[in-house]
Write a protein that binds this ligand. Structure first.
Ligand code: NAP
Length: 554
């Protein structure tokens, strides 16, 4: 019996039938590591499963060349250990996947997390057991485990989306999704590479692959607003400044609308600023790089259409400065949708790559749509392009795709996938009505923010909810349908006030609009991550009114 259960004075007989683990979680990325820390600290037993052969989640799957964080690394990390924050050193502003992966190993080693992690194990199903209040969890190979709390740490951009392009299995060379870049590496030097898709992944991948490939051809449907990242090495002075102020930096993240350590709101709107001053502010911010261009310039860029258009026009002018060929620059220019209706990528030489002789762009929206993939390449309505390698950088089934790979069956017998067929409702992205003792980390209708910040805030809420369950002797907590309806309605109301609500016009994954034959939906709480974190705290302080707590009859 764990320490929390020992404190329990009023536990029912049912709670004495001990499951294999207090907590089973799926996903050994940031969420899995964070959960191990917080659950262990709460005195609970936990097992984290992952189908991958290593920990890291996103950072173990996305090994494509150029994969790096778009948040600045020094706050793209777990904050639970002051010691780790001080001991770990980042080498650059945006660490690559290798470095982020090494950091995660450092955390797992330092905190002795490995005994709680089971890799190479796919979880196939999880079923709530009404009589015991436990979850019965089955692996792909048929092993069974029970737990009291089942938690998804499967990530919100983890399940690849592969469009149904005719003939894609007929290609003779390697043809794979970018998030399944061969783990052993792939020699693309001197090869003809096709990249289908032109989102954040391609923006990072292209400049690196183009350096040694014979040629790279990008098949683009919708151009993006790509802002400069401005990579730079970590200097001893900068590191000292960060480490001397880590508490304040983490605090800044927790009080920022996107969970970033940004200095915003800045207290001025573009709409109230004279045009010359707007230009001056944009020009000053642009070379500094990162999403700061949006958040540290004016406060109304994501809410006021005219202000948003002014920022969009500025970015477009920069695209035309960077790309030598005006026709190519125009092909790369996003038009007809607001900045942030699609998640904008950060640029590490993306536009400049198109000035190389070995990089080609094919407009598959207006000029020559893809007809099929053949044995030797890609056929469009106009041409047959021959390749040695085809990379499908076609995005993800965001927010729900990862979770839906597991057949999670709640109280009514309905699976989560069935429940989320037309709407993906939740309570604050952390729990779902009809799924007792089940939690999600950064589920649908949570904010889109610097993920480690949100992940940790979610884990804290979940841990405190479980602590209440254990210390007060409850067997089952049931997320209430009423609370779910309220949160979804609130999320929808805010969503409609932002320019992100136009994402369905441009296949934005932020609305699930990138998936063929699936209705776009409201997947993100846009009320601000800071406001959302405060709502999580409010819920805790009020004793989790969104859930009903019950003891099973003994
Ligand atoms: P994405 O932004 O969804 O881009 C997918 C691309 O594939 C789009 O250009 C899309 O075109 C295209 N596409 C989809 N279906 C297609 C089809 N049937 N035919 C032709 N093209 C098709 O995916 P992503 O680039 O992998 O990025 C997804 C998200 O992952 C990012 O927004 C970001 O949040 C995260 N990510 C983060 C980082 C980082 O932080 N460092 C790096 C990479 C990714 P349309 O736009 O026309 O639909």
């Amino acid at each position: 019996m764990n320490s929390l259960q020992e404190q329990n004075q009023g536990g029912s007989a049912a709670s004495q039938a001990k499951p294999d683990y207090d907590v089973i979680s799926v996903g050994a990325g940031f969420a899995g590591l964070g959960l191990i820390h917080y659950m262990r600290e709460a005195g609970l037993s936990i097992r984290v499963f992952d189908r991958a052969s290593d920990i890291g989640g996103t950072w173990t799957w996305n090994r494509y060349p150029g994969a790096a964080t778009d948040s600045e690394g020094y706050y793209y990390c777990l904050a639970f250990s002051k010691e780790i924050l001080q001991e770990w050193s980042w080498t650059k502003r945006y660490p690559g996947w290798e470095e982020t992966h090494q950091y995660m190993h450092f955390v797992a080693d330092k905190c002795d997390m490995w005994p709680h992690i089971q890799l190479n194990t796919e979880i196939a199903s999880a079923e709530f057991q009404e009589d015991s209040g436990h979850w019965l969890v089955r692996t792909g190979s048929g092993e069974e485990f029970t737990c009291k709390y089942f938690i998804s740490g499967m990530g919100m951009i983890s399940e690849p989306y592969i469009p149904n392009i005719k003939g894609k299995d007929s290609f003779k060379g390697p043809c794979f999704h970018s998030a399944r870049w061969p783990q052993e590496g792939l020699d693309y030097a001197g090869k003809r590479v096709a990249i289908i898709g032109c989102g954040a992944t391609t923006v990072q991948m292209l400049p690196i692959v183009a350096q040694t490939a014979e040629s790279v051809t990008v098949f683009q449907r919708t151009p993006n607003f790509v802002m400069p990242a401005v990579q730079k090495p970590m200097t001893p002075e900068w590191e000292k400044e960060i480490k001397d102020n880590y508490e304040a930096i983490i605090d800044k993240c927790r009080n920022h609308a996107f969970g970033m350590a940004f200095d915003s709101p800045v207290g001025r709107n573009l709409a109230d600023t004279p045009p010359d001053e707007v230009q001056r502010v944009f020009e000053e911010q642009w070379p500094k790089g990162s999403f700061r261009f949006v958040f540290e310039t004016f406060d109304d860029l994501l809410s006021n259409p005219e202000s948003n258009q002014a920022a969009a026009d500025f970015i477009i002018s920069k695209i035309h400065e960077k790309v030598n060929d005006p026709e190519l620059a125009e092909m790369l220019t996003p038009r007809g949708y607001p900045l942030f209706a699609k998640r904008p990528p950060l640029d590490h030489g993306f536009y400049e790559a198109f000035n190389r002789d070995n990089v080609h762009l094919v407009d598959i929206k207006d000029r020559e749509p893809i007809v099929e993939i053949t044995e030797t390449g890609v056929r469009t309505t106009e041409n047959l392009y021959e390749f040695d390698i085809i990379v499908l950088a076609t995005g993800f089934k965001a927010y729900t795709g990862g979770i839906e790979t597991v057949e999670i069956r709640g109280r009514s017998g309905e699976t989560l996938k069935e429940k989320w067929q037309s709407e993906s409702k939740s309570i604050m992205g952390v729990c779902v009505a009809d799924f007792p003792n089940f939690f999600v980390i950064t589920g649908p209708q949570a904010p889109f923010a610097n993920l480690p910040t949100s992940i940790e805030q979610n884990i804290i809420w979940i841990t405190n909810c479980i602590k209440k369950m254990e210390s007060e002797g409850y067997d089952v907590c049931t997320p209430l349908a009423d609370a779910e309806d309220k949160w979804s309605a609130h999320t929808a109301e805010i969503h409609d006030q932002t320019l992100m609500s136009q994402g369905d016009k441009v296949n934005s994954w932020m609305m699930g609009a990138n998936i063929e034959n699936k209705k776009p939906r409201i997947l993100i709480y846009h009320g601000g991550a800071d406001v959302y974190y405060a709502k999580l705290r409010e819920s805790e302080n009020a004793g989790f009114p969104e859930l009903q707590f019950d003891k099973l009859a003994g």
